[in-house]
Ligand binder design. Structure first.
Ligand code: CAA
Length: 302
């Protein structure tokens, strides 16, 4: 039995050891920043990966990014040229969603748009074998709303990777209300095989990571908006005063201001709490095409 948002009731044995499904093949949907990073780490962990996107040009760009990032790791002796070439040989690119059909797990990393993701989940549910796990890399969309687009709620789960995926150790694993123990244990085991550390969240808006991160980033934007300090000084305080690797405005640019705005909206609507209301600077910058690092301009110019 679970309560709303999949919170276990007292007495639920959430830690019970259950079967783990064998995962031999992986599909990643979306070759953007997160998707290419996810394909990168699975290929390095010796999984054959099919990376699916809608256009050949997106796939070419994704492969170029993966190759650059692997070269960067080779230059630092994290990888050998042989391991890099073997990993690249495990990657197949495809512009057809049907090519995900044979995979044991599909990890969806499409843009943060509920309708788009629901449509993808409905299509994947039809295309893939009944045993296939459908995972999403969503940063805040409820797992339940994606599971509802399928007839396999027990096999739907969140696997939320952090950017840059090849570097960041965490995978936040989100159990939907209907996610089975087998699906959860399989996602957890896969995370460990990637050399990453899983942390489990129930299906609340923003999960753990963005429920805590986004209010901090939003507060930094409000501080800038209200003239408390310059962007540089706000970032310096958090970087040097709190030992964060990046200041919050630099991090917002790194994540993407459109993504930050979308997550803040999910938090505000999900909790019906105005404390999550996005600072107007996000709407302003996004409407000017200042999406952060990916568009060359955000809070900062790159
Ligand atoms: N692929 C492979 N390696 C990469 C990489 C990539 N895409 N990006 C960086 N690296 C490597 C670099 O080669 C470097 O390796 P060494 O330590 O061996 O030298 C290392 O990572 C550090 O990179 P840099 O020297 O270029 O720069 P840095 O020291 O400033 O670190 C950073 C960059 C790792 C991004 C660091 O600034 C950082 O940790 N920033 C915070 C990132 C963060 O908070 N991510 C989470 C965002 S939230 C999210 O993703 C989820 C969401 O839902 C919004």
């Amino acid at each position: 039995m679970t309560l709303e948002h999949g919170v276990p009731e007292k007495g639920d044995n959430v830690a019970c050891i259950s079967k783990v499904m064998d995962v031999a093949t992986v599909a990643v949907i979306g070759g953007g920043t997160m998707g290419n990073g996810i394909a990168h780490v699975f290929a390095l962990a010796r999984f054959p990966v099919v990376l699916v996107d809608t256009k050949e040009e997106f796939l070419k760009r994704a492969l170029a990014t993966i190759t650059d990032n692997m070269r960067r790791q080779t230059a630092k002796s994290i990888l050998t040229p042989t391991l890099m070439n073997e990993a690249l040989a495990r990657l197949k690119l495809s512009a057809k969603l049907e090519d995900a059909a044979q995979s044991d797990i599909v990890i969806e990393a499409a843009p943060e748009n509920l309708d788009l993701k629901r449509d993808l989940f409905a299509k994947l549910d039809n295309i893939c074998a009944p045993r296939t796990i459908l995972a999403t890399n969503t940063s805040s969309i409820p797992i339940a709303s994606l599971a509802a687009a399928t007839k396999r709620g027990d096999r739907v789960i969140g696997m939320h990777f952090m950017n840059p995926v090849p570097v960041m150790k965490l995978v936040e694993i989100i159990r939907g209300r209907a996610t089975s123990d087998e699906t959860y244990e399989t996602a957890r085991g896969l995370t460990l095989k990637l050399g990453k550390v899983p942390a489990c969240s129930n299906d609340f808006p923003g999960f753990i990571s963005n429920r805590i991160l986004m209010p901090m980033i939003n507060e930094a934007a409000w501080a800038l908006h209200q003239g408390v300090a310059t962007k540089e000084d706000i970032d310096t305080v958090m970087k040097l005063g709190m030992n964060h690797p990046m200041g919050p405005l630099t991090l917002a640019d790194y994540i993407g201001l459109d993504t930050c705005l979308a997550i803040l909206k999910v938090l505000e609507e999900g909790f019906k709490d105005p404390k999550y209301k996005a600072c107007p600077l996000f709407e302003q910058l996004v409407s000017q095409g200042r999406l952060g690092r990916k568009s060359g301009k955000g809070f900062y110019d790159y």
